[in-house]
Design a protein around this ligand. Structure first.
Ligand SMILES: Nc1ncnc2c1ncn2[C@@H]1O[C@H](COP(=O)(O)OP(=O)(O)OP(=O)(O)O)[C@@H](O)[C@H]1O
Length: 397
């Protein structure tokens, strides 16, 4: 997991908590889109004995707990936190996805990694029924959590597509592995779609497969070029979700999907949610998050799983090639940065010192201040420049 946070500050654990608790989660209907039978204010859960999945699942079977959702108000393993006035909302229309009514009665939880960890169980439980942002320090099993949520949506939905997106191919491959080995999602139903896959094969895969592992850019392309039908998507798992700000693909693809469908679940995962309220809020707003699960290394329920780190910092000089690339990048971006500066929209002059958060904030400030009375042309230009610099900035970090 890389550590590119918004402003390059070291993030203090207290800041995580303060930022996440001060950020607000929207309660609009779209944050809770599926209206699955289980998609109501969270009832208590009961854990029955271990059972295996139905016979359509491949061997070797993962060991699973089968959990029955029951309408009881007692016995909840975890007290439900702020259920944000959901009862005040009008009933949601039923989902258009075809559901397996029998499978909907339970959700399953793999136990083949070892004893159940309470924090993972609780995060999975909430992630299944809410559009959730999970902030969990590195190495504590986000991959497992994602695989388990994917497994349940795979069972519940008969034909809907389930998508895992991560910014790099290695992160995508790690999840493919977990879905096969931990969750036992059938290999025949999954595909890893990189940019190199030919258009003909892409169309074929979108027609025949159910579980997709991709980078956000490839998903964005497939949605806009019509290979992927946004209405067919039932779950999107977003890794490295702290990137979901500004013009980054994550935000664009979720916005695009919501134009066609409100009936898909979002599970967003990150180890570095951002230390500022605004930054976390932007991720929440950008993805339509309705629930936040946040842990730091000091959280009581994860403390015993956090290993002491032995850190040796080795500073390496940049290679000549990297220095040349940085130089060229900097020269290419300089005119844009100068333009912003001449419009009083950004005060820094060094393209390599830009930060995503700084750009987002400067854009907001400009529109609220100097740019408020600017003509339409100037507004378009400033928006375009901020857009280009934000996406280039993600690449240079
Ligand atoms: N419940 C569990 N029991 C035993 N081992 C586990 C459990 N959950 C996760 N692990 C193991 O912990 C290790 C780290 O898990 P994983 O890679 O999912 O963490 P992560 O939070 O995704 O890390 P990163 O932030 O680096 O992506 C893996 O070897 C995984 O098998």
């Amino acid at each position: 997991m890389d550590s590119d946070e918004f402003d390059g500050d070291d993030i203090a654990d207290e800041d995580f908590i303060v930022a996440a608790t001060q950020a607000t989660t929207p309660t609009r209907a779209s944050s809770n889109p599926n209206n699955l039978k289980n998609n109501r204010a969270q009832p208590g859960v009961q854990v029955s004995s271990s059972v295996s999945l139905d016979s359509s699942f491949p061997q070797p079977q993962p060991r699973l707990l089968r959990v029955h959702e029951e309408d009881n108000s007692s016995g909840s393993a975890q007290p439900s936190r702020a259920r944000a006035f959901r009862a005040d909302l009008p009933p949601e229309p039923p989902t258009h996805h075809e559901l397996d009514q029998e499978a909907l009665k339970t959700w399953v939880y793999p136990t083949n990694l070892g004893p159940t960890r309470d924090y993972q169980f609780s995060i999975v439980k909430n992630g299944l029924f809410n559009n959730t942002l999970v902030a969990l320090p590195t190495g504590l099993g986000k991959t497992f959590i994602a695989a388990t949520v994917m497994l349940n949506y795979f069972r519940w939905m008969k034909a809907a597509k389930l998508i895992f997106v991560a910014p790099t191919k290695p992160l995508v491959s790690q999840q493919v592995d977990a879905c096969f080995h931990i969750a036992g999602i059938p290999r025949s139903q999954t595909t890893l779609l990189t940019g190199e896959v030919t258009p003909a094969l892409r169309a074929e895969e979108w027609n025949s497969k159910r579980v997709f592992f991709m980078t956000p850019q490839t998903l964005e392309n497939d949605l806009s070029s019509g290979y992927a039908d946004p209405k067919s998507i039932g779950l999107v798992v977003i890794d490295e979700a702290h990137r979901a700000t500004g013009n980054y693909s994550y935000v664009k693809l979720v916005a695009f999907m919501r134009r066609f469908s409100n009936s898909f679940r979002i599970l967003a995962l990150t180890a570095t949610p951002g230390s500022k309220v605004d930054a976390v809020q932007e991720v929440i707003d950008g993805l339509g998050i309705s629930y936040v699960e946040i842990r730091t290394e000091n959280s009581l329920d994860i403390k015993s799983y956090v290993h002491q780190r032995d850190e040796h910092i080795v500073l390496l000089d940049l290679s000549d090639e990297i220095i040349l690339i940085k130089d060229l990048f900097s020269k290419a971006l300089q005119p844009l940065v100068d333009k912003l500066s001449s419009q009083n929209a950004y005060y820094g002059r060094d393209p390599m010192a830009l930060t995503t958060y700084g750009l987002v904030k400067a854009r907001k400030d400009w529109f609220a201040g100097p740019g408020r009375n600017a003509n339409q042309g100037a507004k378009f230009m400033i928006t375009a420049i901020f857009g280009i610099l934000t996406s280039c900035n993600s690449e240079t970090k």
